[in-house]
Design a protein around this ligand. Structure first.
Ligand code: NI
Length: 170
């Protein structure tokens, strides 16, 4: 595994629409491993391939499946070609930060729940119904695959004061 450099704005790769992945080969597996390692080292709870300079439809997320339960362990999700298939009408405001936009926080309205479909790293069908922060992370990462960053959606963006709580970056 290799740590990859995290790309930051204004790198144009963060604004590009990504390619669908059709080969589940060794190259994909090493990209997956590198992205997991890079996300953990950052540290972050999600990472999209364009953030390591690869314009492919791949995300990794590591977050508890249900954070309403305090000690739920983190779970790792690797999703190839993810798509949001259903979105709850109910939305929620939340504060986001992004590894590709260091030093900025923003308040973003997101769907409270989403159904994400895609494939696993081996090409098997993948589906999850995510709620709350996990749903927010999936929405943020899938935005990255479409060249969208959180500051595009934020109603308010600011430089966090030192006393502001540190966010789980994505
Ligand atoms: Ni991000």
């Amino acid at each position: 595994m290799t740590l990859r450099e995290i790309v930051t704005l204004p790198d144009p790769i963060l604004r590009r629409k990504t390619r669908t992945i059709s080969r589940f080969d060794a190259e994909l597996q090493s990209l997956v491993e590198d992205m997991i390692e890079t996300m953990r080292a950052a540290p972050g709870v999600g990472l999209a391939a364009p953030q390591v300079g690869v314009s492919d439809r791949l995300i990794v997320v590591e977050y508890p499946e249900d954070d309403a339960q305090e000690d739920t362990p983190k779970k790792l999700f690797v999703v190839v070609n993810p798509e949001i298939k259903e979105t709850s009408a109910e939305t929620e405001m939340g504060i986001e930060g992004c590894l590709s936009i260091p030093g900025l926080h923003g308040e973003v309205e997101r769907a409270l729940a989403v159904t994400v479909k895609g494939q696993t790293r081996r090409g098997q069908p993948f589906k999850i119904k995510a709620k709350g922060w996990l749903a927010r992370i999936f929405q943020h990462e899938i935005d990255h695959l479409n060249g969208v960053v959180f500051t595009d959606r934020a109603t308010k963006v600011w430089k966090p004061a030192p006393e502001e709580p540190v966010l789980d970056n994505v």
